[in-house]
Design a protein around this ligand. Structure first.
Ligand SMILES: [Zn+2]
Length: 305
């Protein structure tokens, strides 16, 4: 894999992080949040020791000794509380503990022929997400799928830039753009959803990347970081607050979708075993780092009740 792709991802990730910080409606800084989006600081309540602790018969403590003992007690209690909090944030969710509620939606990202083995831009083992997503989708009251939906000669295609080749990175008016093989052209078999994907539960299909001169990894905001797909408004209008994100590829369209979802104020669970990655020179690890840093949760489909 050409290193420049990883470089592009890093540049794009930094850009997304800046957008996230700017767009945070609540005015909080993501960087100040805990690894999984919970507030990072745990308040410790100062408690005064009971008098009997420092008035102990013949072995009575001095007031200073008692103060020190009390301080040690507070520190021990505080460290214990912090350790428990840390364990609570760091440990993976237990199986069957994350509930799908009326305000939950499943976002199925780009489960299309083009990203399957044999497609024009294949993701290794991309087809393995289909049965996992089908099982999940049947349990949601709100399901949205997305499709990469390019015009012929789209700006993201290497073939549209003479002298360039797939996986080159070029500068466009909205920023850096990785160039891809021609893929997911509107109306082609390549752009159709995988034939085994049960699409009946889906109530909305978001098609993205249809502007000839703008790409869109994210289901929410196109690559110019201004043009929205309307998805956030749709979800808010339906009272959706929590998103479960699955599909292809973890380190590109899934990650950008999850990051923009966080920026839009949604709680986000990325279902790892319902995703597959391209993983170009560390792009998968970088994507998880970004998603977790911005408050998305990394879960498995078995974690969902
Ligand atoms: Zn595309």
């Amino acid at each position: 894999m050409p290193p420049r792709i990883h470089y592009a991802w890093r540049r794009e990730s930094v850009h997304v992080a800046r957008v996230c910080a700017r767009m945070d409606a609540n005015g909080r800084k993501w960087a100040q949040m805990g690894a999984n989006g919970a507030p990072g600081a745990v308040g410790l309540k100062r408690r005064r020791p009971a008098r009997r602790q420092w008035d102990n018969g013949s072995k009575a403590m001095t007031r200073i000794e008692a103060h020190d003992a009390a301080r040690r007690h507070w520190l021990a209690a505080g460290c214990g509380t912090l350790a428990l909090a840390w364990l609570g944030l760091a440990r993976p969710a237990r199986a069957g503990t994350i509930a799908i509620g009326a305000s939950s939606a499943l976002i199925v990202v780009d489960v299309q022929n083009c990203f399957m083995p044999g497609g024009t831009l294949p993701v290794n083992h991309g087809d393995e997400v289909v049965p996992v997503i089908n099982r999940l989708a049947a349990r949601f009251g709100c399901v949205v799928t997305t499709q990469d939906w390019h015009t012929p000669g789209h700006v993201s295609f290497a073939s549209a830039h003479p002298g360039s080749k797939p996986f080159d990175s070029i500068k466009l008016k909205y920023g850096r753009q990785v160039l891809w093989p021609d893929h997911c052209i509107q109306g082609t078999h390549d752009a159709e959803l995988h034939p085994d994907l049960v699409v009946a539960p889906a109530q909305l299909v978001i098609r993205k990347g249809f502007h000839p001169d703008v790409d869109s990894y994210s289901a929410f905001v196109e690559a110019d970081r201004r043009t929205t797909t309307g998805l956030a408004g749709y979800l808010r209008a339906r009272g959706i607050k929590t998103l479960f994100v699955a599909g292809l590829a973890t380190d590109f369209c899934v990650a950008w979708t999850a990051l923009d979802a966080r920026a839009a104020g949604f709680q986000v669970y990325v279902v790892e075993d319902a995703c597959r990655a391209i993983d170009l020179n560390g792009s998968l690890a970088a994507a998880w780092k970004q998603m977790l840093a911005h408050g998305a949760h990394r879960i498995q489909s078995a974690d969902v009740t």
